[in-house]
Ligand binder design. Structure first.
Ligand SMILES: *Cc1c(COP(=O)(O)O)cnc(C)c1O
Length: 404
């Protein structure tokens, strides 16, 4: 995203061109950024060449998954639906891991039939269920057990997953017990210890703590795990206040860990791969002054991008044409939906906007489209991928006929 001759552009295409050609609201992804993110991620950890499983829940567009697959990534899925999309995108089963606290027997059966790399189980009952199904199918199923390391990820409470009050994984005591119970099972192969402590984590220290907890437990169990799955969660900078995640320090901590415990590392990044690749292009429908502030009423709403309403998260908003006229009014960017939480940002000193102007909401590649809904019987936006000056539709705009 940069301004070329005062016009906001994604790769070589101006945001105004996109709005004119395709209408709004529209999600646009930069192929170049996606490629950079993946290559950087690989480079950061190249000394131990991890298996990188893209967290499909962050973006489920099958055409994006096909691109991600071409870089050799696998998939981390959290439902049978996501598994089907990943497989359909051509991702090999031996690069798919399956997480989630409530896998149904149908989902487990499907995963076993497809011979995916790992089912990362999150409770004793789930392991029992997997064992039962494996026995019926006369198979030996590779599983991981997800540990809840009780580590504070220092992120929003809504997206924290590794503390004892969170529903995810099992605590250290149960973990040790489960390893003893299942390490010699006929139908289960205990291959992996997995963790995932949360999302949008900007400090490497929680990961360091998590690695220490894992090491302590590994020293207590009499079993060798082939894989250590460290989950995802690496944060990106959404506003200038966010720092950048220190990959060097995280890499260093993992290398230290590996010196003491030889194993294959798995990562499950979502946001770090796709987050900053996407923008949501939207048009100002009306501007309404309420005395205290100006409501900038957009044609994009919380159904298109739910993160601000769901977590109070802040996304940068940029005008499509840059000017030097700064508004003295406070701008509150809202959508047309009948909910007071349907707002994106409240900003001071924004440049003066007019009705019908185009703006872009930035860094919406992760948990943007994948969290969208049809609330208010609103159709879901179009999705485009931009490569240089080439534009490709990767998902058509939904039509009302499909909904009614
Ligand atoms: C959501 C999730 C991820 C991805 O998290 P990001 O913050 O997008 O990297 C990885 N693993 C599991 C188990 C998850 O639930």
């Amino acid at each position: 995203m940069k301004y070329i001759k005062r016009k906001l552009t994604i790769e070589k295409v101006s945001v105004e061109t996109i709005a004119k050609k395709f209408g709004t609201p529209t999600y646009c992804y930069s192929y170049g950024k996606l490629k950079n993110n993946i290559n950087n991620f690989k480079r950061n950890f190249k000394s131990f060449s991890p298996l990188i499983c893209f967290a499909v829940k962050s973006n489920t567009n099958i055409n994006l998954l096909k691109e991600i697959k071409k870089f050799g990534l696998g998939a981390d899925v959290v439902s049978v639906g996501e598994m089907m999309v990943a497989l359909k995108a051509g991702i090999k089963p031996n690069k798919i891991v399956f997480s989630g606290v409530g896998k149904t027997s149908h989902e487990i059966r499907y995963a076993i039939e497809k011979k995916i790399l790992l089912i990362n189980a999150e409770s004793e009952s789930e392991i029992k269920e997997i064992e039962k199904i494996a026995k019926i199918k006369k198979k030996k199923v590779q599983i991981g057990i997800r540990l809840n390391p009780n580590t504070d990820a220092k992120t929003l409470s809504q997206i924290s997953t590794g503390k004892k009050e969170n529903k995810f994984g099992v605590n250290s005591k149960s973990f040790i017990k489960l390893v003893e119970l299942y390490k010699n099972s006929k139908n289960i192969e205990l291959k992996c210890l997995s963790v995932h402590i949360g999302s949008q984590i900007l400090d490497y220290k929680p990961y360091e703590k998590m690695l220490n907890v894992i090491m302590k437990i590994l020293n207590k169990v009499n079993h060798k795990f082939e894989f250590i799955d460290l989950g995802g969660g690496m944060g990106i900078s959404y506003t200038h206040k966010n720092k950048v995640f220190n990959y060097k320090k995280y890499n260093f901590a993992i290398k230290k860990f590996l010196n003491n415990y030889k194993s294959k590392i798995i990562f499950e990044p979502g946001r770090a791969v796709i987050g900053n690749t996407g923008i949501l292009v939207s048009k100002v429908i009306y501007i309404k002054n309420s005395g205290k502030k100006n409501f900038i009423i957009l044609d994009a709403a919380m159904n298109d991008l739910m993160r601000p309403a769901l977590y109070g998260s802040k996304h940068k908003i940029l005008p499509s044409s840059k000017s030097n006229r700064i508004s003295k009014e406070i701008y509150e960017f809202v959508g047309p939906i009948c909910e007071s939480t349907d707002k994106f940002r409240t900003l001071k000193n924004f440049q003066k906007l007019k009705e019908k102007e185009i703006i872009a909401i930035c860094d919406v590649g992760a948990y943007g489209m994948s969290l969208s809904s049809n609330y208010n019987v609103r159709t879901k936006p179009l999705e485009l991928i931009i490569k240089g000056s080439k534009i490709k539709i990767i998902k058509k705009r939904q039509k009302h006929e499909e909904l009614i």
